[in-house]
Design a protein around this ligand. Sequence first.
Ligand SMILES: C[S@@+](CC[C@H](N)C(=O)[O-])C[C@H]1O[C@@H](n2cnc3c(N)ncnc32)[C@H](O)[C@@H]1O
Length: 285
Amino acid sequence: MKDPSLREFHFTAQDFQLVCKLIYDHAGISLNASKQELVYSRLSRRLRATGIRTFSEYLKLLERNDAQEWEAFANSLTTNLTSFFREQHHFPLLAEQLKKIGDDRPIVIWCSASSTGEEPYSIAMTAVDAFNSFTPPVKIIATDLDTNVLETARQGLYALDRVEKLDEAQLKRFFLRGDGVQQGSVKVRPELQNMITFQKLNLLDATWPIRDKVDVIFCRNVMIYFDKDTQLAVLKKMAPLLRADGLLYAGHSENFYQAEAYFKLRSKTVYELSAQLKAVQTDKS
Ligand SMILES: C[S@@+](CC[C@H](N)C(=O)[O-])C[C@H]1O[C@@H](n2cnc3c(N)ncnc32)[C@H](O)[C@@H]1O
């Protein structure tokens, strides 16, 4: 750990504890003691940007409910690691699920921690391939707490190293090569963008602006930042949104055994509704 006396800003154990409490209450993110340096470095940028000289003064600004700073504070403390077709094994299963539902009605997919967009665009590519059409009957709602990553996702512009694992056929079919100032990057085709609505959504909020019943929920690699009680509360709220035959896709190190009243494991990190909830949802449809 860096010698605290060499730090640009005074940062005490109490400051760190208060940061942990604020981000936990706001976004459900549990930070442990090993994250102290990370928190210092991420929030130091906010102190510089706001011209505030001490952490305690900065935290007072948050406690006064400065909405703009709350957004920047939360954006600073999220971890946004993602990639195209991450956890590849989910995508053939998704394609199979989409084909089984067919094209008689719109299919709704909620990508609930969409980060910089690689995940919802991978879902869109899978849908295009499944229906062999750039206008498949699929609507993707991509949400995240972090407004910076949502903006990146909306633009759909990626550096070449972000797409290097995609094969040549996928690159040709789904991306446009950047030119001019965008040289060295690729942009997802507008048809993929048209399938997706990006919006801010905090999984901890009491109500979510999801109006439709959904066929698919991607909730991958976000619950790892939540404790088990928070995970359970989120899963309890997700379950009634899912159609009887819907699927919930989770991240590789996540398991939801504590929520067996709502979700049952179907295959590796993929969940379906519990038998009881399936019956309820079937009655409603
Ligand atoms: C590690 S990324 C995972 C991205 C993608 N799902 C994947 O698996 O590649 C976690 C994302 O969860 C978002 N996140 C963290 N807390 C959240 C919350 N309370 N509500 C919604 N999104 C949240 C972060 O902003 C971040 O973009």
